[in-house]
Design a protein around this ligand. Structure first.
Ligand code: XMP
Length: 518
């Protein structure tokens, strides 16, 4: 399928040299209502020209410009005559183009540093003097490239910020795109708005209008099938399709039996409150339970669930063979990560695509959110008037509670887990901590321990609770919940969930632990 082409006028192209922060750069630009697109560093100049970008940002990356295999973008980008901002490796590349020596450092500079700004420049409008920035680099520029001047320095980097004297070409040794850089977003905003003079026409309204037009043009009078899970992405997508096509959209919701307590009923109720939605529920619990019987190995479990999902979905899809299209909630990070450049961004491909459907299915795909980041999907959802309860939901894995039951998944285990999880989540809501953490859930451990209840010895199951704070789930810190709250939740679980006599709290960060136990 030809991806939908965004019709906005003002675009910023981010060339990716393999930094783990490339997506953050694009997001920061979009937060200024300016559309940005990430392209591999070796995109031919003709293709870049076709997009008619108003500015270019060169990302960081793990290489050294002198490496044999270093990703070097064509120097023709300078001839485009548009403003260029090079970040970290991108700055060294600019230095390399303009003949500066780059010093291969023996030791990485990593962490916070103090930037001292010298002179005045639109890039640092709104700053005064000093600012905390985040560094993560090995190499650095040792001398000013030809025709450049210094805009700032730090203890370790004589040239922490530079610009060309005549052209709007900038280099930053630090990362303005990360949250640890104080006013980093302002630097990016200054670059796109003040230096590049882009006014910005990328708004949620524009996205929605374009997406609706596009869906109508492609689909015409045909019908679209859309699988929903109650999660943010599929819910917002279903509403968008509904706005575009009305009754020609059929949503299917599969109850895998691996959902949270009463989740199927609650999700159906939520959909019934949205005008004009046609959502059909398919109870396929038994298929999943029988596929999981006797399996303890996490990978085998995942495969069994993935295969069952495909089988069940194929069987359901057959009932809807008058539907020509299938809607899929692909997001922009999925699109970028399927074409990684060399470097750390390559390893950021997730292993989680249980919902992936077989190619041989007789549908044409539509992917209305191919250009959106998750935060942008949330904004679209708000624009549609969806409740914060839906928009603010924690991520929930496709294989559901099965990966929160290490060992064998049985209906009995699932029931215990659902009850404990429900107590945990409802206490987090009550105390206001649900929105302070990125994800929270209970895990039922495959061990028993001794306890005493009344006068009786018990030998029962153990629940482990986990909350994490995170930006994107790639890395995460364990959530620091108050002890009183943990105590209250533990008491409730042990008293109310028969078969559980001990509650633990997981204080592992990712890495080295993962978020889920599996
Ligand atoms: P891990 O456990 O890898 O999880 O640290 C990172 C994030 O991904 C979620 N996750 C999944 N999401 N299908 C999904 O849609 C899956 O198979 C899956 N496995 C893990 C996990 O809940 C966390 O938010």
């Amino acid at each position: 399928m030809e991806p939908h082409q965004v019709k906005v006028l003002d675009k910023v192209v981010v060339l990716d040299f393999g930094s783990q922060f490339t997506q953050l750069i694009a997001r920061r630009v979009r937060e200024c209502n300016i559309y940005s697109e990430i392209l591999p560093f070796d995109t031919p100049i003709e293709e870049i020209k076709k997009l008619n970008p108003k500015a270019l940002i060169l990302s960081g990356g793990p290489s050294s410009v002198y490496d044999d295999e270093a990703p070097i973008a064509s120097e023709d980008i300078i001839e485009l005559g548009i403003p260029i901002l090079g970040i970290c490796y991108g700055m060294q590349l600019i230095g390399h183009y303009f003949g500066a020596k780059i010093k291969a450092a023996s030791k990485r500079e990593y962490g916070r540093a103090e930037l001292t700004i010298v002179g005045e420049d639109a890039l640092f409008d709104g700053f005064n003097g000093k600012s905390t920035v985040w560094m993560s680099h090995a190499d650095k520029i040792e001398e000013l490239p030809q025709g450049f001047k210094k805009l700032g320095y730090s203890d370790n980097s004589e040239f922490a910020a530079i610009r060309h004297i005549e052209k709007s070409i900038y280099g930053l040794q630090f990362h303005p795109e990360v949250a640890h850089t104080e006013n980093g977003s302002l630097i990016i905003e200054n670059f796109v708005r003040k230096v590049s003079e882009i006014s910005g026409d990328w708004t949620t309204q524009v996205f929605i209008e374009e997406a609706i037009d596009d869906i109508r043009n492609r689909v015409g009078d045909e019908k679209v099938l859309c699988a929903v899970s109650g999660g943010v992405d599929s819910t917002v997508m279903a509403v968008l399709l509904n706005r575009a096509l009305g009754k020609n959209v059929t949503c299917v919701f599969i109850d895998t039996g691996l959902l949270r307590l009463n989740e199927a009923e609650q999700t159906m109720k939520m959909f019934s409150g949205i005008d004009g939605m046609n959502v059909q529920l398919f109870d396929r619990k038994e298929n999943f339970y029988s596929a999981l019987a006797g399996i303890s190995d996490p990978e085998v479990k995942r495969k069994a669930i993935g295969k069952t999902f495909i089988d069940v979905f194929s069987e359901i899809a057959d009932k809807f063979d008058e539907h020509k299209y299938l809607a899929q909630g692909t997001l922009y990070p999925d699109v970028i990560e399927s074409r990684p450049v060399k470097g750390p961004s390559e390893t950021i491909k997730s292993h989680h695509n249980v919902g992936g459907l077989p190619k041989e299915m007789n549908f044409e795909l539509i992917e209305p959110f191919r250009e959106l980041f998750k935060d942008e999907v949330r904004i679209v959802g708000r624009e549609f008037g969806l409740s914060e309860e839906v928009i603010g939901r924690h991520p929930f894995p496709g294989p559901g509670l099965a990966i929160r039951c290490p060992g064998e998944v049985t209906e009995k285990n699932l029931k215990l887990l659902q009850l404990a999880d429900d107590i945990f989540i409802s206490e987090l809501h009550k105390s206001g901590y649900y929105d302070k953490v990125w994800q929270a859930f209970a895990v039922l451990l495959p061990v028993k321990s001794v306890g005493v209840m009344g006068d009786k010895r018990t030998y029962s199951k153990v629940i482990s609770l986990r909350t994490v704070t995170s930006v994107d789930g790639m890395t995460a810190d364990w959530g620091h919940l108050p002890h009183e709250l943990l105590g209250k939740i533990s008491d409730r679980i042990i008293n109310e969930v028969e078969g559980v006599n001990r509650v633990l709290y997981d204080i592992s960060s990712k890495p080295p632990a993962t978020i889920e136990w599996e």
